[in-house]
Write a protein that binds this ligand. Structure first.
Ligand SMILES: Cc1cc2nc3c(=O)[nH]c(=O)nc-3n(C[C@H](O)[C@H](O)[C@H](O)COP(=O)(O)O)c2cc1C
Length: 259
């Protein structure tokens, strides 16, 4: 059976670290230092940013009560409260609204454009992934937390975010207590196309079926036989239960009535 843990003939320290990623959900009870937090945030900020727009903000949560509340809001995920530091990555066009006042220019159409919405999501995600890599390079573990979008209004209230700021996901960071096995990804040939999107339906399904075997075996080993579902089963089940369908109304209410 093919094993889709990334391996390449071109290994260096950075690629080795990238290919060793696995989410960490159990952390030592030890806070990150100010220097560690600063290195992680500066690394996030160093990411490329569409047209230099820097349309994101990062909120670090140090108040244990707030962390507890966020853990609850994120669907009782204990590691949202129990970690070395908790970051929240927000899409942010608030500062551009201030800029419009400073520069006395009407930018409303841009602020509410689907294009700028996409730009801020892309910017925030790029910054976050840089933060993740920086943290992992310091020997720390990370777990992204999309669960904060279960109750976004309450999260906004807790963080006192202004209009045009949307918390997108959290990131728990800390000293790993327990490491999972690396989770195999789809085969490279399924993800990477050359020159055009390959649409050989038979090969496409075959790749997914092969991957199903790999993932089923991965879960079987990780859970001592308790779980053996395949990736396509997992995806079909997940997509059959629409989630967070309030989001369209939510972003409209938050000053992003997209055009
Ligand atoms: C934006 C985003 C949100 C996520 N939200 C959660 C979450 O709320 N809880 C959780 O345990 N893992 C969360 N994850 C982690 C994914 O489940 C994980 O990355 C995926 O299963 C692959 O596993 P790996 O990171 O160990 O390779 C999230 C990942 C991303 C990128």
């Amino acid at each position: 059976m093919k094993v889709y843990i990334g391996r390449t003939g071109l290994m260096n320290q950075i690629i080795e670290a990238l290919l060793s990623h696995r989410s960490v959900r159990h952390f030592e009870d030890k806070h990150l230092s100010k220097e560690q937090i600063e290195a992680i945030v500066l690394s996030a900020q160093a990411a490329s940013t569409s047209s230099f727009i820097q349309a994101y903000s990062i909120i670090g949560i140090t108040d244990p009560e707030k962390k507890k509340k966020l853990a609850e809001l994120a669907g009782n995920q204990s590691y949202v409260a129990e970690n070395g530091h908790f970051f929240i990555f927000c899409a942010d066009l608030h500062r551009h609204e201030i800029i419009s006042e400073m520069e006395e220019k009407d930018i409303m159409i841009s602020l509410e454009s689907t294009e700028k919405f996409m730009v801020m999501l892309i910017d925030a995600a790029l910054a976050a992934q840089n933060a993740a890599i920086a943290a992992e390079s310091l020997g720390l573990g990370i777990c992204y937390i999309g669960g904060i979008r279960n109750n976004l209004q309450e999260v906004c209230d807790l963080l006192k975010t202004p209009k045009r700021v949307i918390p997108l996901f959290g990131m728990a960071v800390g000293y790993p207590k327990k490491l999972n096995e690396i989770k195999p990804r789809l085969p490279l040939s399924h993800i990477y196309h050359e020159n055009e999107y390959e649409q050989d339906a038979i090969n496409f399904r075959k790749q997914l079926e092969d991957y199903n075997e790999v993932i089923s075996q991965y879960y079987n080993e990780r859970t001592s036989g308790k779980r053996k579902d395949t990736w396509t089963e997992q995806m079909a089940e997940m997509f059959s239960q629409p989630k967070r369908m309030y989001m369209n109304d939510f972003i409209k209410k938050h000053g992003l009535d997209l055009k």
